[in-house]
Design a protein around this ligand. Sequence first.
Ligand SMILES: [Zn+2]
Ligand SMILES: [Zn+2]
Length: 273
Amino acid sequence: MTVYECSVHTHADWCDGKNSLAEMAAAACAAGVKHYGVSCHSHTPIPIDEGCVLDADMTAYRKAVLDLRAEYEGRMEILLGLEWDSQSDICPEGFDYWIGSVHYQRGDNGKYYCADWGEDHFLRCRDELCGGDSLAVTEGYFREVARIAAMKPTILGHFDLITKHNGPGLLFDEENPRYIAAALEALHAADPKATLLEINTGGMARGYRTTPYPAPFILREWKEMGGRIILTSDAHNADKILYGYADSVALAKAAGFERSSILTLAGERECPL
Ligand SMILES: [Zn+2]
Ligand SMILES: [Zn+2]
């Protein structure tokens, strides 16, 4: 068993993925994956999410994934998952696993500011909500991460997504003590026994980052907390199912991890890095 046999943070054209479920599964199987999880985005009431997330009624989605599971029986396990957004209006229940992710923070003004979609959201959040204070944007983001972490998701998704458009510090200083304190406080809201922290290469695959999420200081703290990790690609394309796993292995080892978890239909397993 190796980490390369598991990929459970993936999207398909049921949400904002570029390929069909059938194409994604075929690519996963061809890449040697034995435990493939589908984790399309949960429905939210946010207008700009329309067309990029699942319907609130997920009956057809569940059926499509379970039909695929039957088709691949004996060759590759297919897990029914969900990437549950913190602003979602549905319950993440009835899945093999769920990924708890923050993509937005909602201001007192009722507006949603996205961490994912571009730096313009960050700048509007800074100016409309935070009085021009960039670090306050990151503190708001991590308050939302803490809220989701406390719900004990199977996997805590792209923990520091707020860095996606930051490059070499374009929007805020990732070494500022306020930033570090906010991130660590959110991390401590997670239960290391209940939740896996993912090392996610999605930002790399799409050219926004040169390293996976999360930053090394977060991984080191998680290790200190006795936390467990899982490698994911957040693939939105069939050719990215195992993207950057070697970088994630190196990052995990540098933080002191020797093992990574994988998800299977029979439960969680650990394998060496
Ligand atoms: Zn996400
Ligand atoms: Zn995702």
